[in-house]
Design a protein around this ligand. Structure first.
Ligand SMILES: O=C(O)c1ccccc1N[C@@H]1O[C@H](COP(=O)(O)O)[C@@H](O)[C@H]1O
Length: 226
């Protein structure tokens, strides 16, 4: 079971969450989406260099144009590029361009799980993506994710079965240290992901990881054997 956590802000924070059991660390590059924890290319390079050999660097992309996605993959060489926009989605062509830009970068596509129709969508993306992240959608946040609320885990369980052997599946969306074990029991994913409920919010609007919650989240996620 892998654990992916968003959004990491510094090399120091990265090392702390790795020590507590996180193995995929999500970062947000400066973009039009104006996310709270956006980082410059230099800051991201420093985090990726710090975690090399210890954890995997994941770069989020929310509706960035395809050329910019490819440029970022070439420049930052993330272990994973995570596409989670509501307008720009991965395609077989983009998957090919990403592999050409950096052959070891894995392509992670978010699927907003809203009903049984999401099963067909997931099956389609599994044809060219390495990883699917099954996430929640809200009206307030652009794209897929950062919703802070769960969705129907029974649909996720169907998707895991439907794409077995084709793509790894990460479960996301409102996961907490308290509900993650139950979610894993139902969905049996390759990994789990958290943003909101492993965060501590600071008065200036930025957020850092809450290390007690991170430790409990990683422990609970791995407590279920299947
Ligand atoms: O990380 C973000 O800031 C973000 C912004 C916009 C869309 C998605 C984003 N992150 C992804 O959403 C998941 C789940 O979030 P939550 O736990 O439900 O709050 C997050 O872990 C990232 O994968």
């Amino acid at each position: 079971m892998i654990v992916q956590l968003y959004s990491i802000k510094s090399p120091e924070e990265a090392l702390k969450v790795i020590e507590l059991g996180c193995d995929y660390l999500g970062v947000s590059p400066v973009s039009g989406a104006n996310l709270p924890n956006e980082l410059s290319y230099d800051e991201i390079k420093e985090i990726f260099a710090t975690i090399k050999g210890k954890g995997n660097g994941v770069l989020i992309s929310i509706d960035d144009p395809e050329d910019l996605v490819v440029e970022r993959v070439r420049e930052l060489k993330p272990d994973v590029i995570h596409m989670c926009g509501g307008e720009v989605f991965s395609t077989p062509e983009l998957a090919k361009r990403i592999k050409e830009a950096n052959p070891t970068t894995r392509l992670e596509q978010a699927v907003g799980v809203s009903g049984p129709e999401s099963i067909e969508e997931a099956k389609m993306y599994a044809e060219w993506c390495d990883i699917l992240i099954l996430d929640s959608v809200t009206e307030n946040i652009p794209g897929v994710g950062a919703a802070g609320v769960p969705h129907d885990w029974n649909i996720d369980a169907e998707i895991v079965k439907a794409v077995a052997g084709k793509a790894d599946v990460i479960l996301a969306g409102g996961l907490t240290p308290e509900n993650v074990a139950e979610a894993v029991r139902i969905v049996k994913p390759w990994g789990v992901d958290s943003l909101t409920h492993t965060n501590k919010f600071l008065p200036d609007g930025t957020r850092i990881k809450d290390l007690e919650k991170v430790e409990k989240f990683c422990r609970e996620a791995r407590s279920v054997k299947f």
